[in-house]
Design a binder for this molecule. Structure first.
Ligand code: URA
Ligand code: SF4
Length: 244
């Protein structure tokens, strides 16, 4: 009879709570299984896409682990002849449920600014750098708290944005916040320094960066918020002026 080798004894940890993995759905962190974003959306981009084909393909993207967290892919939306492309960071809680970008509080603020600046919604395509909602469960409530996408996730999702830009050829790309601005202009780009200034985009068009509307909504008091909203509107009006 062959001798069976007993399995190695694993020393039990005294502190189970410290070693027990927290489920990915609670932390918003990738589980060990998905810890490294090895894939890319590039594997899911169809050949010779149109915007419609692109959006359809994105619905089943598994380019990174974020599809396991979000309810659904939230792809860009707007007319294919839009002259303005507005780029946010990632869908929020409401966008994740609705399946449409910028339908929550940030979207309402953005809509207000566009209207005041006289930019027609029919001239605007809205999208995000990352197409799935990354979140973690709040400590004290059941709310899903937004988590910033990391570099690997941003890189994995980039092929969708690249294709959206290539197909739409927007006259102006408006970057809302540092994630969007750096995804398009590179990591050295500083929104604080460059906000409201038209700069040359790598695709040949123009980029105008400003703050993310969620930063306006997070202002600590009503006066600061009103001021932040006025400054946001000034930047959006510069977009309108650039369009002529
Ligand atoms: N914030 C974003 O960056 N994008 C959305 O779609 C909604 C909120
Ligand atoms: Fe694909 Fe982007 Fe969603 Fe990751 S976040 S699964 S790359 S669509």
């Amino acid at each position: 009879m062959p001798r069976t080798v007993p399995p190695p004894r694993v020393k039990k940890s005294r502190n189970r709570a410290a070693t027990k993995p927290i489920p990915a759905a609670r932390t918003g962190q990738p589980s060990t299984k998905h810890a490294v974003a090895t894939g890319s959306a590039a594997d899911f981009v169809p050949p010779n896409p149109t915007l419609t084909k692109l959006r359809d393909a994105a619905m089943t993207c598994r380019g990174c682990h974020l599809w396991t967290l979000g309810t659904q892919t939230v792809f860009g939306e707007g007319p294919k002849h839009a002259r303005v492309m507005i780029v946010g960071e990632q869908p929020g809680d409401q966008e994740d449920r609705a399946g449409h970008p910028f339908v929550g509080p940030s979207g309402k603020l953005l809509d207000r600014a566009l209207e005041e600046a006289g930019i027609d919604r029919g001239d605007v395509y809205v999208t995000n750098v990352v197409k799935h909602f990354k979140w973690e469960r709040g400590e004290k409530s059941a709310r899903r708290i937004h988590k910033k996408p990391n570099d690997a996730e941003i890189r994995a999702c980039h092929p969708w944005l690249e294709e959206e830009i290539r197909l739409l050829k927007p006259q102006v790309i408006v970057c809302l916040g540092a994630t969007a601005a750096q995804a398009i202009m590179g990591k050295a780009f500083r929104v604080t320094k460059e906000r409201g200034k038209p700069v040359q985009a790598p695709n040949g068009g123009t980029v105008i960066a400003t703050v993310h509307p969620s930063s306006v909504l997070r202002a600590p008091d009503p006066d600061t918020r009103a001021q932040a909203e006025r400054e946001f509107l000034v930047d959006i009006k510069k977009v309108a002026r650039h369009l002529g």
